[in-house]
Write a protein that binds this ligand. Structure first.
Ligand code: URA
Length: 438
């Protein structure tokens, strides 16, 4: 007979759970039989004590099958990608239409902003009319008809994971390897894709702060996916500084459209193209990474990926003319403020975590679940680690609407960077970890 107090104490004392108990626990959480304080106590015990491979598999499977599981049409081998969370990370907006323009079905389930990290759902909502909560039929039909859908999670998809996630966010239990791995893989399983590419962020603006932690998360994501009969690989990418030039919502859509039009910052293009090429490999379009990279570069350069993005926007009720004239369609904040370098030198630090916190303070993210996001605000990161600067040269461009939000973001931004005598530029892609031959 399952007893919740015994269950919490078992994990608190460092013992393992049976498969039966884990499934029963998740089912009871979903049906509302266990109060939040007991779920939270267990989360903290699991955060401190961890889970072994078998427990992790059972917990992930209980979360994944707690609601609907999308079944894509027969014969479609769809791929999904997931980032472990970062600042300025707009790669989904580029990599997903890019992979789809190469003929690979992309079934992408995305999240909202979380803590200091941004969310694809909030970014795409900057496009007027865009529906980011597709129902099951539309999601599947869209993949059949145009080869791509990007949607937020619905109430019916891995609902138990939604419950655990919301509690983790407010109980200090987010940065736990087994809790992150089960949270991500359960949602991917529910989304119905056959293969996954994970972008595991590493650095101060990520949940995994060190390369060792990022590598351990890669191993867990890959082995969990394999246990669920899914093919997967991980790109480990730097999150010591924000990705690309802009942090926010509409500003990140703008940057993504620039990259899809053949311009934009080189780091955003490099990471997005790498992920798209890995999606082609994971989806079996090619088994050679050089040819995957060439196909992807061709579709970026001939604007096929931009056209695919416009097609998807149109199918989801958005205004596709944003792809031709983004500046006149995307919301833009009313005011601007420039932060400048206090002296000559080289940028030594460009702290992604602090910039993410500043973007949230401007209104670009949430501090409470019911906060309304201001899609129009953003931070332009004009210099990166290793760039030379002169005294008074612009470092950040802040776009804001209300003085009190500027006043709360500004101290963060002033402390987010330092000017040094010398600093090396940072590599963006730290490694790729795969479980299949290439
Ligand atoms: N992304 C998720 O979906 N879950 C986590 O726990 C962390 C990042």
């Amino acid at each position: 007979m399952f007893n919740i107090l015994d269950f919490i104490e078992l994990k608190r004392d460092g013992h393992r759970h049976s498969s039966e108990d884990l499934h029963y626990f998740v089912k009871s959480v979903l049906s509302g039989q266990i109060p939040d304080y007991q779920i939270s106590a267990w989360l903290m015990a699991a955060f401190i004590r961890g889970m072994d491979d078998e427990e992790l598999r059972d917990f992930t499977s209980a979360l994944a099958f707690s609601g609907d599981v999308f079944r894509l049409s027969a014969g479609k081998r769809a791929v999904d990608k997931h980032s472990t969370g970062g600042v300025g990370d707009k790669t989904t907006l580029i990599a997903a239409p890019l992979a789809a323009s190469c003929g690979l079905p992309v079934a992408k389930l995305s999240g909202c902003a979380l803590g200091f990290t941004g969310g694809t759902v909030d970014k795409l909502k900057s496009i007027p009319g865009m529906n980011m909560h597709l129902d099951t039929d539309q999601f599947i039909r869209q993949i059949d008809e145009i080869g791509i859908a990007i949607s937020g999670h619905s109430l019916h998809l891995a609902p138990a994971e939604g419950k655990f996630y919301a509690l983790r966010d407010v109980t200090g239990t987010v940065p736990s390897l087994p809790l992150i791995a089960s949270s991500i893989v359960s949602k991917k399983i529910a989304g119905g894709a056959d293969a996954f590419v994970f972008d595991v962020k590493c650095g101060n603006g990520a949940f995994m702060k060190t390369e060792g932690q990022a590598r351990a998360l890669c191993a867990a994501l890959i082995s969990l996916s394999a246990a669920m009969a899914k093919r997967s690989m991980c790109v480990i990418s730097d999150m010591e500084q924000p990705l690309g030039r802009w942090v926010g919502n509409s500003v990140e859509v703008l940057e993504a459209l620039q990259v899809l039009s053949g311009a934009g910052p080189s780091d955003t293009r490099e990471l997005s193209a790498t992920i798209a090429a890995e999606m082609l490999m994971a989806g079996g379009i090619t088994d050679n990474i050089d040819s995957a990279s060439m196909i992807v570069a061709g579709k970026l350069d001939d604007k096929s990926a931009l056209r695919k993005f416009a097609e998807m926007i149109s199918c989801q009720g958005g205004d596709p003319s944003v792809c031709g004239d983004p500046e006149s369609i995307l919301p833009r904040a009313a005011h601007e403020k420039i932060v400048t370098a206090p002296r000559e030198g080289v940028i030594g630090r460009m702290d992604a975590l602090t910039i993410g916190i500043a973007a949230r303070a401007l209104g670009g993210g949430r501090t409470r679940g019911d906060d309304k996001i201001d899609q129009s605000v953003g931070i332009g990161v004009l210099k990166k680690i290793g760039d030379a600067v002169s005294n008074g040269e612009p470092i950040f461009e802040i776009r804001y609407n209300r003085d009190e939000q500027l006043n709360s973001a500004l101290p963060h931004l002033i402390s987010a960077f330092s000017v040094a005598e010398f600093a090396e530029k940072r590599p963006l892609i730290l490694d790729r970890v795969t479980s299949y031959d290439r």
